[in-house]
Each structure stands twice: as C-alpha cells, then as structure tokens.
Design a protein around this ligand. Structure first.
Ligand SMILES: [Zn+2]
Ligand SMILES: [Zn+2]
Length: 117
C-alpha cells in the first residue's frame, strides 16, 4: 500500500496503486475541475476539463478556466451570451480579481472603445 494525502479534501489515504492524487472519485472530479490538467491555447487562454455535467464544454470537453472560476463565484453557469473579460488583458491570468463577467455586446463595445482611444 502507498500512503497519500488527498489533493482535494486533504485527508490521508492509502491505495494499492502508485501515483494516486485523490482518495475517491468524487474528490478526483472536484480536484481536476479546478486544478487538473490544463490546456493552454495559443493566445494564452487556459482550458480545463470540468466535471461531465458542465453545459458549456467545447468539442474537446474543455471549458475556459476563467469561466469555471467565475461560475464558482457566481454559483451558477454562465450563459451563452456572457463572456469573461480579463482586466489586465493577460488571458492566462485567471484569478477572480482580474475577471469581469460581461455580455457579448458589452464586451465587444468595451474593446472597440479601447481600440479607437
Ligand atoms: Zn479526498
Ligand atoms: Zn476582454
């Protein structure tokens, strides 16, 4: 048996297999949702593999990490008409303080205004 600390609930557990990160499937699901494998798109957007039930996965089953973070803070899923804007324009800088939820329209006009300043 190998001894581990669950990365999600932080409880110690033992497992007969090597390289376990979480004590249960539930913890593993939650852990992967926010800390799991990250995919970085060429423009710097970070995608994650969320739980199976997420309604807004792209065709690779991934969701923008910025969306997951804002959804967790709002307590609901974002709608199709909402986008997450990065205040410092760093697309990989997904911390709550750097993110604002806008509608698509607001977001486009926000960036248009900036461009013609
Ligand atoms: Zn656990
Ligand atoms: Zn933006």
């Amino acid at each position: 048996m190998y001894k581990y600390i669950c990365r999600y609930c932080k409880k110690p557990f033992e497992h007969q297999n090597k390289n376990r990160q979480c004590c249960s499937r539930t913890c593993e699901g939650q852990y992967k949702r926010y800390n799991g494998p990250l995919f970085i798109w060429k423009e710097g957007y970070c995608f994650m593999l969320p739980d199976i039930s997420h309604p807004r996965k792209n065709r690779f089953g991934r969701v923008l990490r910025s969306h997951l973070i804002m959804e967790q803070s709002l307590g609901r899923y974002l709608t199709k008409n909402e986008v997450v804007h990065h205040k410092d324009k760093k697309m990989w800088h997904d911390i709550e303080e750097n993110l604002v939820v806008m509608t698509r329209g607001e977001h486009t006009s926000f960036h248009n205004k900036e461009r013609y300043k």
